[in-house]
Design a protein around this ligand. Structure first.
Ligand code: BTN
Length: 320
């Protein structure tokens, strides 16, 4: 009822009468009033005017399941949403609940991570109340060797979501970092549990620096936040909802072919490496070249400076 109530109040132009709400939810006026009180305790400013009804004045920057779901327009993505005030890592939590048969499309969101994990064994910081740490649980039916494609889809969804909500010129740094003005604002860590030829589940962990204003000295040059880039606070729940909507759209296109044949052009349009000189860092050796964009398998096509030969880079890191 709280989710639905938030939706109705937010989407209505003026006041919504108590009577209307009682009829909609088949409950008493006291029951409606109690939910309104709960919202006020959570930081929502709700005006109640006699003979007119209720109206939301301001919404706090919360990312509770109700706040996210009240903004969500998806058919199944993140329909099941779990909010945690604090957790070690949303990826670890999602893996734990995946073992209990939690459905595909479940989103785990946390306001704080105490042991957030980055790629290559690095740590990822999510201080309380300012950023987004979320993990999507999926149970895809394609082969395990194609699971890394999920990370590319997630990077597309985050980039499109950030562009839509903030108007910032976000782009993907291949394969799956999201950058704004050269600063990394999002990292993605995909983990999976598989049999030899079968995926039990995939968890896609997404960390976005949203309203963080200070970064430790050692990453100050490379890291950024949406708030610093936009010069204003960004609402986290609206951003999460937009990303989930984009991911549902992109995932459904992907599922038709299980490759990126219908998506690589869109990916390349928002990939900051395309047409640019890059340095490819592969285990044991590195080289420079010009990135042409990804192909339908998600590999980055690079024309090497030294040999002139076109090579495809499957995994690894590139620096601009
Ligand atoms: C990277 O190193 O760029 C990937 C960072 C991924 C961080 C996210 S935050 C949500 C999820 N939970 C984790 O512990 N890690 C991912």
């Amino acid at each position: 009822m709280k989710t639905e109530l938030l939706k109705i109040l937010r989407e209505s132009d003026g006041y919504v009468s108590g009577q209307q709400l009682c009829e909609r939810f088949h409950v008493s006026r006291t029951a409606v009033w109690k939910v309104i009180q709960q919202l006020k305790e959570e930081g929502y400013e709700v005006e109640a005017v006699k003979n007119r009804g209720y109206r939301i004045m301001t919404t706090p920057d919360v990312i509770t399941a109700e706040e996210i779901r009240s903004r969500l327009h998806t058919n199944w993505m993140a329909e099941n949403c779990i909010y945690l005030e604090s957790v070690d890592s949303t990826n670890n939590y999602a893996k734990r609940i995946a073992e209990d048969g939690t459905p595909s499309g479940t989103l785990v969101v946390a306001d704080e991570q105490t042991g957030g994990k980055g790629r290559r064994g690095r740590s990822w910081s999510t201080p309380k109340g300012s950023n987004i740490a979320m993990t999507l649980l999926l149970r895809p039916r394609f082969r395990p060797e194609h699971a890394s494609r999920m990370t590319l889809l997630a990077a597309m969804a985050v980039t499109c979501g950030i562009r839509r909500v903030t108007g910032l010129d976000a782009g993907i740094k291949w394969p799956n970092d999201v950058v704004v003005n050269g600063h990394k604002v999002c990292g993605i860590l995909t983990e999976m549990n598989t049999e030899v030829d079968y995926i039990n589940y995939v968890v896609i962990g997404i960390g976005i620096n949203v309203n963080q204003k200070e970064f430790p000295e050692e990453i100050r040059e490379i890291a950024g936040s949406l708030c610093l880039e936009a010069g204003k606070q960004i609402g986290r729940a609206a951003l999460i909802a937009a990303i989930m909507e984009e991911l549902e759209r992109i995932y459904e296109i992907f599922q038709k072919t299980e490759d990126l044949s219908e998506l690589y052009e869109e990916y390349n349009q928002i990939c900051v490496n395309c047409g640019r000189k890059i340095r490819v860092l592969e285990p044991g050796h590195e080289y420079t070249g010009v990135a042409e964009g990804i192909n339908q398998d998600g590999e980055l096509m690079v024309v090497r400076d030294d040999t002139g030969e076109k090579v495809s880079v499957y995994a690894g890191e590139v620096s601009v």
